[in-house]
Design a protein around this ligand. Structure first.
Ligand code: PLP
Length: 421
């Protein structure tokens, strides 16, 4: 090309903002050096990141393709149409909205479309693995709707669909929400769909965590059973940070579009929508199913190793990409465990376990996920090594030489499986 057109993450001739770029560089080095076990994180492709560094960030495009409130949208219309078409194809849905800036904003749009303020909504308890946007009193959801919750049973730490049905019959919600942030078992979307029909509620499935597993064929899809399906694009789906909504009913699709814009947002992030389109193309490729299957196999292998070493896996195991590890058998709190693991460059988060005796600031568990470490190439044999490291560190918290050894071994493994370098 004679005259290069600046479209993208073409690095500028000179980076001038030293303080800022030093922090970005340090974060890149941190991601390379540590093993990322936070279940909601992943490492996107370079092409996804490149899209976010393009001129598309300059464009205002309020509205939808063909119906914009600004001129000059002919090219971003193409971008958004590609993203919507791929979302529909991937999730086998008739309609898609790709504008939500985040998973929470996708839920704002979906709830606004399905219910009036103060309507009743039944969702999974936050203490049992639900999400802030499913009725936390300080979140928009808890402020504007009347929430009640269902949870897992104490004896097996799983959802019992008969109990969910009883709650729904009793509470008579306008909307039932399904989906979670910290639940390691398959969710029976068909049963949720049947309950919603029986009680005359709309079913909103939030597949934020498992979108990539659904895309890869490792979890049954909620789309045939739900009125609306929301998701994040940055967790197992491995795209840019953002939200997305799919549904099959044309009238609901119209309500969602107007609930997202102008309901909850102004102009869409066209650079992020471009990145979503790229991630969706990646997820449509056959290799993505291989990836999703490996994520699930890795989680099972990690959970098995941890259980064999005396840690308790909530509900006895995992069907998806994550697990809740009860660390009380090691006489630790979740907060202790998070800190001990962080000290050896294993990043995770403390998490409440069902019926937790500790407050959320301490918690009794940690949540571990395999989406990110699978992206960088780790397999089942590495999971067994990793599980043993975690157990070594947590079973001897006062032993500095154990921590020192594990930290060195983590660094070696991370170096052997670079993400971008
Ligand atoms: C992560 C998550 C979200 C929200 O995602 P943000 O993009 O952080 O707003 C919504 N619902 C569930 C179930 C989640 O796990």
């Amino acid at each position: 090309m004679q005259t290069p057109i600046v479209t993208a993450a073409t690095p500028p001739a000179r980076f001038t903002d030293d303080a800022l770029w030093a922090a970005v560089k340090a974060e890149a080095q941190r991601q390379e050096a540590q093993l990322e076990l936070i279940a909601s994180e992943n490492h996107t492709s370079r092409e996804v990141m490149a899209a976010m560094g393009t001129v598309l960030t300059n464009k205002y495009a309020e509205g939808y393709p063909g119906k914009r409130y600004y001129g000059g949208c002919e090219h971003v219309d193409v971008v958004e149409d590609i993203a919507r078409d791929r979302a529909k194809q991937l999730f086998k849905a008739a309609h898609a909205n790709v504008q939500a800036h985040s998973g929470t904003q996708a839920n704002i749009g979906a709830l606004m479309a399905l219910a009036k303020p103060h309507d009743r909504v039944l969702a999974m308890s936050l203490d049992h693995g639900g999400h802030l946007s499913h009725g936390h009193p300080k979140n928009f959801s808890g402020v504007f709707y009347e929430f009640a919750s269902y949870g897992v049973e104490q004896h097996d730490e799983r959802l019992d669909m008969n109990r969910v049905r009883e709650k729904a019959l009793e509470f008579k919600p306008a909307v039932i929400m399904a989906g979670a942030s910290a639940y390691s078992r398959m969710i029976d979307f068909a049963a949720f769909g049947a309950i919603a029909k029986e009680v005359g509620a709309k079913l909103l499935v939030d597949q934020a965590h498992i979108a990539g597993l659904v895309a890869g064929g490792c979890h049954a899809s909620p789309v045939p059973h739900a009125d609306v399906v929301t998701m994040t694009t940055h967790k197992t789906l491995r795209g840019p940070r953002g939200g997305m909504i799919v549904c099959n009913d044309e009238n609901i699709a119209k309500s969602i579009n107007s609930a997202i814009f102008p309901g909850g947002q102004g102009g869409p992030f066209m650079h992020v929508i471009a990145a979503k389109a790229i991630a969706l193309r990646e997820a449509l490729a056959p290799e993505f199913s291989v990836y999703a299957r490996q994520v699930v196999k890795n989680a099972a292998a990690l959970a098995e190793t941890l259980a064999a070493r005396g840690l308790r896996i909530v509900s006895g195991g995992t069907d998806n990409h994550l697990m809740l590890v009860d660390v009380t058998p090691m006489k630790l709190t979740g907060k202790d465990a998070e800190n001990l693991l962080h000290a050896v460059d294993l990043t995770c988060n403390k998490n409440l376990i069902p019926y937790d005796q500790n407050p959320p600031t301490k918690a009794s568990g940690v949540r571990l996920g395999t989406a990110a470490i699978t992206t960088r190439g780790l397999r089942e044999n590495h999971m067994r090594t990793l599980g043993n490291w975690i157990a070594d560190v947590l079973s001897q918290p006062a032993n500095a030489s154990v921590a020192e050894r594990v930290k060195k071994e983590v660094a070696e493994l991370a170096r052997a499986f670079p993400i971008y370098t």
